[in-house]
Design a protein around this ligand. Structure first.
Ligand SMILES: C[S@@+](CC[C@H](N)C(=O)[O-])C[C@H]1O[C@@H](n2cnc3c(N)ncnc32)[C@H](O)[C@@H]1O
Length: 283
Protein backbone atom coordinates (compact mmCIF):
# COMPACT_ATOMS: atom_id res chain seq x y z
CA UNK A 1 0.00 0.00 0.00
CA UNK A 2 0.97 3.67 -0.32
CA UNK A 3 3.55 4.58 2.35
CA UNK A 4 2.14 7.81 3.71
CA UNK A 5 -1.59 7.43 3.13
CA UNK A 6 -4.31 5.45 4.93
CA UNK A 7 -5.58 2.40 3.09
CA UNK A 8 -8.39 3.23 0.70
CA UNK A 9 -9.48 -0.38 0.47
CA UNK A 10 -10.13 -0.28 4.23
CA UNK A 11 -12.81 2.35 3.56
CA UNK A 12 -14.28 0.30 0.68
CA UNK A 13 -14.67 -2.74 2.92
CA UNK A 14 -16.19 -0.67 5.74
CA UNK A 15 -18.71 0.78 3.28
CA UNK A 16 -19.70 -2.77 2.24
CA UNK A 17 -20.31 -3.71 5.87
CA UNK A 18 -22.39 -0.54 6.29
CA UNK A 19 -24.40 -1.42 3.16
CA UNK A 20 -25.21 -4.80 4.71
CA UNK A 21 -26.73 -3.06 7.76
CA UNK A 22 -28.71 -0.65 5.57
CA UNK A 23 -30.00 -2.83 2.73
CA UNK A 24 -30.03 -6.52 3.67
CA UNK A 25 -32.75 -8.61 5.26
CA UNK A 26 -32.81 -9.49 8.95
CA UNK A 27 -31.32 -11.46 10.56
CA UNK A 28 -28.06 -9.98 9.30
CA UNK A 29 -25.03 -12.19 8.75
CA UNK A 30 -22.96 -9.60 10.61
CA UNK A 31 -25.04 -7.53 13.01
CA UNK A 32 -22.80 -4.51 13.51
CA UNK A 33 -24.32 -1.36 15.01
CA UNK A 34 -20.98 0.48 14.63
CA UNK A 35 -20.61 -0.26 10.89
CA UNK A 36 -22.58 2.78 9.76
CA UNK A 37 -21.40 5.38 12.32
CA UNK A 38 -17.72 4.56 11.84
CA UNK A 39 -17.68 5.43 8.12
CA UNK A 40 -19.07 8.94 8.81
CA UNK A 41 -22.06 10.79 7.32
CA UNK A 42 -20.52 11.51 3.89
CA UNK A 43 -19.63 7.91 3.20
CA UNK A 44 -23.00 6.81 4.56
CA UNK A 45 -24.72 9.16 2.10
CA UNK A 46 -22.63 7.64 -0.74
CA UNK A 47 -23.63 4.12 0.31
CA UNK A 48 -27.32 5.07 0.42
CA UNK A 49 -27.14 6.87 -2.91
CA UNK A 50 -25.51 3.88 -4.63
CA UNK A 51 -28.23 1.56 -3.34
CA UNK A 52 -27.90 -2.09 -2.47
CA UNK A 53 -28.93 -3.96 -5.61
CA UNK A 54 -25.87 -3.95 -7.93
CA UNK A 55 -24.67 -7.54 -8.41
CA UNK A 56 -20.99 -6.91 -7.78
CA UNK A 57 -21.81 -4.94 -4.62
CA UNK A 58 -24.02 -7.74 -3.31
CA UNK A 59 -21.53 -10.56 -3.89
CA UNK A 60 -18.65 -8.50 -2.48
CA UNK A 61 -20.45 -7.43 0.66
CA UNK A 62 -21.76 -10.96 1.19
CA UNK A 63 -18.18 -12.23 1.25
CA UNK A 64 -16.93 -9.39 3.46
CA UNK A 65 -19.59 -9.75 6.12
CA UNK A 66 -19.24 -13.55 6.05
CA UNK A 67 -15.48 -13.44 6.64
CA UNK A 68 -15.92 -11.09 9.63
CA UNK A 69 -18.70 -13.27 11.01
CA UNK A 70 -16.56 -16.38 10.51
CA UNK A 71 -13.56 -14.82 12.29
CA UNK A 72 -15.77 -13.75 15.19
CA UNK A 73 -17.35 -17.23 15.40
CA UNK A 74 -13.85 -18.74 15.54
CA UNK A 75 -12.85 -16.15 18.15
CA UNK A 76 -15.84 -17.19 20.29
CA UNK A 77 -14.62 -20.82 20.10
CA UNK A 78 -11.14 -19.68 21.16
CA UNK A 79 -12.57 -17.68 24.08
CA UNK A 80 -14.52 -20.77 25.17
CA UNK A 81 -11.12 -22.57 25.27
CA UNK A 82 -9.82 -19.85 27.58
CA UNK A 83 -8.06 -17.53 25.11
CA UNK A 84 -8.04 -13.95 26.41
CA UNK A 85 -6.04 -12.04 23.78
CA UNK A 86 -7.46 -11.10 20.37
CA UNK A 87 -5.21 -9.55 17.71
CA UNK A 88 -6.87 -7.89 14.73
CA UNK A 89 -4.20 -7.72 12.02
CA UNK A 90 -4.60 -5.06 9.31
CA UNK A 91 -7.63 -3.88 11.28
CA UNK A 92 -8.78 -1.10 8.93
CA UNK A 93 -12.20 0.04 10.16
CA UNK A 94 -12.97 -3.30 11.83
CA UNK A 95 -15.44 -2.60 14.64
CA UNK A 96 -15.20 -5.69 16.85
CA UNK A 97 -13.43 -3.84 19.68
CA UNK A 98 -16.23 -1.24 19.88
CA UNK A 99 -19.03 -3.81 20.20
CA UNK A 100 -17.14 -6.58 22.03
CA UNK A 101 -19.91 -8.94 23.24
CA UNK A 102 -17.87 -10.67 25.95
CA UNK A 103 -18.10 -9.75 29.64
CA UNK A 104 -15.71 -7.01 30.73
CA UNK A 105 -12.13 -8.22 31.29
CA UNK A 106 -12.63 -11.34 29.12
CA UNK A 107 -10.48 -10.14 26.23
CA UNK A 108 -7.59 -7.81 25.58
CA UNK A 109 -7.83 -6.61 21.99
CA UNK A 110 -4.79 -5.51 19.97
CA UNK A 111 -5.41 -3.68 16.73
CA UNK A 112 -2.39 -3.92 14.45
CA UNK A 113 -2.31 -1.87 11.28
CA UNK A 114 -0.16 0.19 8.98
CA UNK A 115 0.65 3.41 10.93
CA UNK A 116 -1.10 5.70 8.40
CA UNK A 117 -4.32 3.65 8.42
CA UNK A 118 -4.29 3.35 12.19
CA UNK A 119 -3.93 7.10 12.75
CA UNK A 120 -6.80 7.70 10.29
CA UNK A 121 -9.01 5.15 12.08
CA UNK A 122 -8.45 6.82 15.43
CA UNK A 123 -9.41 10.14 13.89
CA UNK A 124 -12.57 8.59 12.42
CA UNK A 125 -13.52 7.04 15.77
CA UNK A 126 -13.13 10.43 17.44
CA UNK A 127 -15.21 12.19 14.76
CA UNK A 128 -17.94 9.58 15.16
CA UNK A 129 -17.93 9.97 18.96
CA UNK A 130 -17.04 6.28 19.42
CA UNK A 131 -15.22 5.81 22.74
CA UNK A 132 -11.91 3.91 22.83
CA UNK A 133 -12.50 0.95 25.17
CA UNK A 134 -9.95 0.44 27.94
CA UNK A 135 -9.17 -3.13 26.77
CA UNK A 136 -7.98 -2.04 23.31
CA UNK A 137 -4.34 -1.37 22.46
CA UNK A 138 -3.16 0.01 19.11
CA UNK A 139 0.04 -1.39 17.61
CA UNK A 140 1.28 0.39 14.47
CA UNK A 141 3.13 -2.12 12.25
CA UNK A 142 3.99 -2.10 8.56
CA UNK A 143 4.15 -5.86 7.86
CA UNK A 144 6.77 -5.27 5.16
CA UNK A 145 9.06 -3.25 7.43
CA UNK A 146 8.69 -4.47 11.01
CA UNK A 147 8.10 -7.86 12.57
CA UNK A 148 4.79 -8.55 14.22
CA UNK A 149 6.71 -9.81 17.22
CA UNK A 150 8.35 -6.39 17.68
CA UNK A 151 5.13 -4.45 17.24
CA UNK A 152 3.11 -6.64 19.59
CA UNK A 153 5.81 -6.83 22.27
CA UNK A 154 6.04 -3.02 22.28
CA UNK A 155 2.26 -2.89 22.73
CA UNK A 156 2.31 -5.17 25.78
CA UNK A 157 1.10 -8.39 24.14
CA UNK A 158 1.84 -11.46 26.26
CA UNK A 159 3.51 -14.03 23.98
CA UNK A 160 3.55 -16.61 26.78
CA UNK A 161 -0.26 -16.91 26.60
CA UNK A 162 -2.41 -18.15 23.72
CA UNK A 163 -4.05 -15.63 21.42
CA UNK A 164 -6.47 -15.58 18.54
CA UNK A 165 -5.68 -13.58 15.38
CA UNK A 166 -7.83 -12.35 12.53
CA UNK A 167 -6.27 -11.13 9.29
CA UNK A 168 -9.09 -10.16 6.96
CA UNK A 169 -8.59 -8.69 3.52
CA UNK A 170 -4.86 -8.18 4.01
CA UNK A 171 -2.81 -11.17 2.83
CA UNK A 172 -3.51 -10.46 -0.86
CA UNK A 173 -1.68 -7.11 -0.55
CA UNK A 174 1.47 -8.54 1.06
CA UNK A 175 4.65 -10.21 -0.13
CA UNK A 176 5.32 -13.86 0.58
CA UNK A 177 8.02 -12.90 3.10
CA UNK A 178 5.60 -10.77 5.15
CA UNK A 179 2.91 -13.48 5.06
CA UNK A 180 5.28 -16.29 6.04
CA UNK A 181 6.88 -14.21 8.81
CA UNK A 182 3.46 -13.66 10.36
CA UNK A 183 2.44 -17.31 10.02
CA UNK A 184 5.71 -18.35 11.69
CA UNK A 185 5.22 -15.91 14.56
CA UNK A 186 1.64 -17.04 15.26
CA UNK A 187 2.68 -20.69 15.01
CA UNK A 188 5.37 -20.02 17.63
CA UNK A 189 2.76 -18.98 20.23
CA UNK A 190 1.44 -21.37 22.91
CA UNK A 191 -0.97 -24.19 22.09
CA UNK A 192 -4.56 -22.95 21.98
CA UNK A 193 -3.63 -20.01 19.73
CA UNK A 194 -5.28 -19.75 16.34
CA UNK A 195 -6.11 -17.49 13.45
CA UNK A 196 -8.71 -16.77 10.78
CA UNK A 197 -7.84 -15.03 7.53
CA UNK A 198 -8.78 -14.91 3.89
CA UNK A 199 -6.87 -15.19 0.65
CA UNK A 200 -7.63 -15.05 -3.05
CA UNK A 201 -7.04 -17.78 -5.63
CA UNK A 202 -5.03 -17.11 -8.82
CA UNK A 203 -6.82 -16.16 -12.06
CA UNK A 204 -6.13 -19.61 -13.45
CA UNK A 205 -8.48 -21.08 -10.82
CA UNK A 206 -11.41 -18.84 -11.81
CA UNK A 207 -14.33 -19.42 -14.18
CA UNK A 208 -15.18 -16.78 -16.81
CA UNK A 209 -17.67 -14.91 -14.62
CA UNK A 210 -15.29 -14.85 -11.67
CA UNK A 211 -12.55 -13.56 -14.00
CA UNK A 212 -14.70 -10.62 -15.02
CA UNK A 213 -15.33 -9.70 -11.40
CA UNK A 214 -11.64 -10.22 -10.53
CA UNK A 215 -10.66 -7.96 -13.42
CA UNK A 216 -12.98 -5.17 -12.22
CA UNK A 217 -11.87 -5.42 -8.60
CA UNK A 218 -8.17 -5.67 -9.54
CA UNK A 219 -8.48 -2.49 -11.58
CA UNK A 220 -10.07 -0.70 -8.63
CA UNK A 221 -7.41 -1.73 -6.12
CA UNK A 222 -4.58 -0.90 -8.55
CA UNK A 223 -6.06 2.57 -9.01
CA UNK A 224 -5.75 3.22 -5.26
CA UNK A 225 -2.19 1.81 -5.28
CA UNK A 226 -3.10 -1.31 -3.30
CA UNK A 227 -2.66 -4.01 -5.95
CA UNK A 228 -3.29 -7.70 -5.29
CA UNK A 229 0.09 -9.42 -5.25
CA UNK A 230 -0.42 -12.76 -3.45
CA UNK A 231 -2.66 -15.60 -4.59
CA UNK A 232 -3.10 -19.13 -3.26
CA UNK A 233 -4.78 -22.30 -4.34
CA UNK A 234 -6.41 -24.07 -1.38
CA UNK A 235 -3.90 -26.96 -1.48
CA UNK A 236 -0.94 -24.51 -1.43
CA UNK A 237 -2.41 -22.67 1.52
CA UNK A 238 -2.98 -25.91 3.40
CA UNK A 239 0.63 -27.02 2.78
CA UNK A 240 2.04 -23.64 3.81
CA UNK A 241 0.04 -23.61 7.04
CA UNK A 242 0.87 -27.18 7.83
CA UNK A 243 4.61 -26.55 7.22
CA UNK A 244 4.46 -23.54 9.53
CA UNK A 245 3.07 -25.79 12.30
CA UNK A 246 -0.69 -25.22 12.16
CA UNK A 247 -3.27 -27.99 12.45
CA UNK A 248 -7.08 -28.21 12.32
CA UNK A 249 -6.92 -26.24 9.09
CA UNK A 250 -10.34 -25.36 7.68
CA UNK A 251 -10.63 -23.72 4.26
CA UNK A 252 -14.01 -22.52 3.07
CA UNK A 253 -14.79 -21.39 -0.47
CA UNK A 254 -17.77 -19.11 -1.21
CA UNK A 255 -20.11 -22.11 -1.67
CA UNK A 256 -19.19 -23.45 1.76
CA UNK A 257 -19.74 -19.97 3.23
CA UNK A 258 -23.13 -19.90 1.53
CA UNK A 259 -24.08 -23.17 3.20
CA UNK A 260 -22.92 -21.89 6.57
CA UNK A 261 -24.36 -18.39 6.65
CA UNK A 262 -26.69 -17.65 3.72
CA UNK A 263 -28.93 -20.64 2.95
CA UNK A 264 -32.63 -19.75 3.43
CA UNK A 265 -32.08 -15.98 3.49
CA UNK A 266 -35.06 -14.07 2.13
CA UNK A 267 -32.86 -11.57 0.22
CA UNK A 268 -30.91 -14.14 -1.82
CA UNK A 269 -27.57 -12.70 -0.65
CA UNK A 270 -24.72 -15.03 -1.66
CA UNK A 271 -20.93 -14.71 -1.69
CA UNK A 272 -19.17 -15.57 -4.93
CA UNK A 273 -17.25 -13.42 -7.33
CA UNK A 274 -13.56 -13.85 -7.45
CA UNK A 275 -13.27 -16.95 -5.34
CA UNK A 276 -11.94 -15.92 -2.03
CA UNK A 277 -11.14 -18.41 0.67
CA UNK A 278 -11.62 -18.11 4.39
CA UNK A 279 -9.35 -20.18 6.52
CA UNK A 280 -8.81 -20.95 10.14
CA UNK A 281 -6.00 -22.89 11.70
CA UNK A 282 -4.79 -23.68 15.17
CA UNK A 283 -1.45 -23.88 16.87
C1 LIG B 1 -8.89 -4.18 2.61
S1 LIG B 1 -8.35 -3.48 4.10
C2 LIG B 1 -9.06 -4.61 5.27
C3 LIG B 1 -9.29 -3.97 6.60
C4 LIG B 1 -9.98 -4.80 7.65
N1 LIG B 1 -9.26 -6.01 7.97
C5 LIG B 1 -11.40 -5.11 7.28
O1 LIG B 1 -11.71 -6.28 7.01
O2 LIG B 1 -12.20 -4.18 7.22
C6 LIG B 1 -6.62 -3.83 4.10
C7 LIG B 1 -5.91 -3.49 5.40
O3 LIG B 1 -4.58 -4.00 5.29
C8 LIG B 1 -3.69 -3.04 5.82
N2 LIG B 1 -2.37 -3.22 5.19
C9 LIG B 1 -2.07 -3.35 3.88
N3 LIG B 1 -0.73 -3.44 3.71
C10 LIG B 1 -0.18 -3.38 4.96
C11 LIG B 1 1.15 -3.43 5.47
N4 LIG B 1 2.19 -3.53 4.65
N5 LIG B 1 1.34 -3.34 6.80
C12 LIG B 1 0.27 -3.21 7.64
N6 LIG B 1 -1.01 -3.18 7.22
C13 LIG B 1 -1.23 -3.26 5.90
C14 LIG B 1 -4.32 -1.71 5.47
O4 LIG B 1 -3.82 -0.66 6.29
C15 LIG B 1 -5.79 -2.01 5.69
O5 LIG B 1 -6.18 -1.76 7.01
Amino acid sequence: MHEARPSRTAMHVAMRRAAHQIFDARPLVLDDPIAVPIIGPEAEARVREKGGTARIGRVSRAFMVARSRYAEDKLAEAVARGVDQYVVLGAGLDTFAYRDPFPQDTLRVFEVDHPATQAWKRWKLKNAGIALPANVTYAPVDFEERTLSDGLTAAGFDATRPAFFSWLGVVMYLTDAAIEGTFRYIASLPTGSGMAFDAIVPNSALNWFERIIRHMISRRVRRVEEPFISFFRPEELRAKLSNAGFHDIEILDPDALYERYFRNRSDGLRPMGHSLLVTSAQV
